[in-house]
Design a protein around this ligand. Structure first.
Ligand SMILES: Cc1cc2nc3c(=O)[nH]c(=O)nc-3n(C[C@H](O)[C@H](O)[C@H](O)COP(=O)(O)OP(=O)(O)OC[C@H]3O[C@@H](n4cnc5c(N)ncnc54)[C@H](O)[C@@H]3O)c2cc1C
Length: 413
């Protein structure tokens, strides 16, 4: 009898597990994802700021496994899991498994202030990116029609909350839009006068990077007109302002990039969790009392050298491959292995030709770091056509200083 492996989530972890397992004909793989596409989240900010199109960074899961007859894909949402009976319960099906890989990722975290979500949208899905793109582009349209200076100022103030890589990338890209891309497109306003604030509660932005690289990133952001406010805790968000201590700042566009927590499926997983809801696993990424169940990617809390691994794509990819290998080890009666993360370094981009990179002891900034960033992102983008389109689009926007996808879609709603 063929072994049945169910994978929940075709993100970086689930996709890599499925690619490994699909090579074994004695295994039946079922992928369940609520979306029909694998999404390259590191480039979402480019869609949100009109640099790339949706289809450039997303690829249908079904197409990826077109040739693998032992892989079945269901677009469905997992609602429950019966760990004793080994059954996954989706909105429309009950599916039995021999092995289960839970790779459902993370979701936004407003730290209990859920009412902020409607005023300060976040960036996690393609839909989020569309909403942000509409919001950012509409702000310029509204400013062009404004009837007072105060109104115009409000529309030309953009606030990004959260100084991690996503916040930095978004703020830098908005800076570039205002200073370069849209600079000459309007008649009543000067987009170059836009105010862009990057707000961070901690004492510095990009805390996982070397301090000198953070300083370089701050300078690069400032050169694009972004003001970086550190030690600034946001205490209130309304539809047209935020509050930091006693200071109220009016802004039509506020973006939340300040935190994530584990996917809500975490609550049904019988294991200890950290305060973000991430699941503690055994050394091989399986669950302590359920060796046939693995948790990996952003949903897992895995400690290496005394520190939990960060929620980033390379960790998820390596963990996905690792759990697939453990299932194959079981089938070959081989011993399971401990997961060990190989850290290849970290990158963040600030704008055209500006980035920082930390690759072991090598610390890069400026153009060289940016080229490294481009190379890495193209390399890991799924789908041959996507890679060509994205490379061409970047080359085009590099030469012409133009951004392609500046469309406001579905505005009427
Ligand atoms: C805006 C942004 C920028 C980022 N930039 C970087 C970066 O530059 N570098 C980097 O290394 N990392 C970056 N990350 C983090 C990186 O994307 C994540 O670490 C990575 O995606 C985690 O992979 P995963 O497989 O665990 O989860 P995901 O990739 O999030 O995949 C989870 C999958 O599970 C599916 N799913 C969830 N719940 C269910 C359910 N109940 N039923 C069915 N399917 C479900 C989802 O649809 C999704 O496809 C970024 C993340 C974001 C949001």
């Amino acid at each position: 009898m063929k072994k049945k492996v169910i994978i929940i989530g075709a993100g970086f972890a689930g996709l890599n597990a499925a690619k490994q397992l699909s090579k074994y004909k004695e295994i039946d793989v079922t992928i369940i994802d609520k979306k029909n596409h694998h999404l390259f989240q590191p480039l979402l900010y480019q869609v949100a700021t009109a640099g790339l199109n949706e289809s450039d960074i997303a690829y249908p899961i079904r197409s990826i496994f077109r040739k693998q007859k032992n892989v079945t894909v269901y677009k469905d949402t997992v609602e429950n899991i019966d760990f004793k009976e080994k059954v996954v319960i989706t909105k429309s099906k009950r599916l039995y498994y021999d092995y289960l890989i839970i790779a459902a990722g993370a979701e936004e975290n407003y730290f209990g202030n859920t009412e902020w979500k409607k005023f300060a949208p976040t960036l996690k899905t393609l839909k989020d990116a569309q909403i942000l793109r509409n919001k950012i582009l509409n702000a310029f349209e509204m400013a062009e029609k404004a009837t007072s200076d105060q109104e115009m100022k409000k529309y030309l103030t953009f606030i990004v909350i959260g100084g991690g890589p996503t916040g930095v990338e978004l703020a830098g890209a908005i800076g570039e839009m205002t200073r370069i891309t849209l600079a000459k497109d309007f008649r009543n306003i000067d987009p170059r006068l836009s105010r862009i604030l990057l707000i961070e509660a901690g004492k510095r932005i990009l805390p996982s990077f070397d301090e000198n690289l953070t300083s370089k990133a701050v300078k690069d952001l400032e050169s694009l007109g972004v003001q970086v406010w550190t030690n600034s805790l946001v205490t209130e968000i309304t539809d047209d302002s935020i509050k930091i201590g006693n200071e109220q700042i009016e802004a039509a566009t506020v973006i939340w990039a300040a935190g994530i927590k584990a996917n809500s499926l975490s609550s049904i997983i019988p294991s200890e969790k950290d305060k973000m809801g991430r699941v503690f696993t055994a050394n091989d990424l399986s669950l302590k009392n359920f060796p046939e169940v693995f948790v990996c990617g952003d949903l897992a809390h895995f400690i290496q050298n005394g520190e939990p691994l960060p929620g980033i794509a390379p960790v998820a990819m390596q963990q996905g491959k690792h759990v697939a290998k453990q299932i194959i080890n079981d089938l070959k009666n081989k011993k399971r292995e401990e997961f060990v993360y190989f850290d290849k370094g970290q990158l963040a981009t600030i704008g055209k030709s500006k980035a920082i990179a930390e690759i072991r002891n090598l610390k890069l900034s400026g153009f060289l770091a940016w080229i490294t960033w481009i190379f890495v992102h193209i390399l890991y983008l799924t789908g041959f056509k996507n890679r060509i389109f994205v490379t061409l689009q970047w080359a085009w926007s590099y030469i012409t200083f133009k951004k392609g996808a500046r469309l406001i879609i579905d505005d009427e709603k």
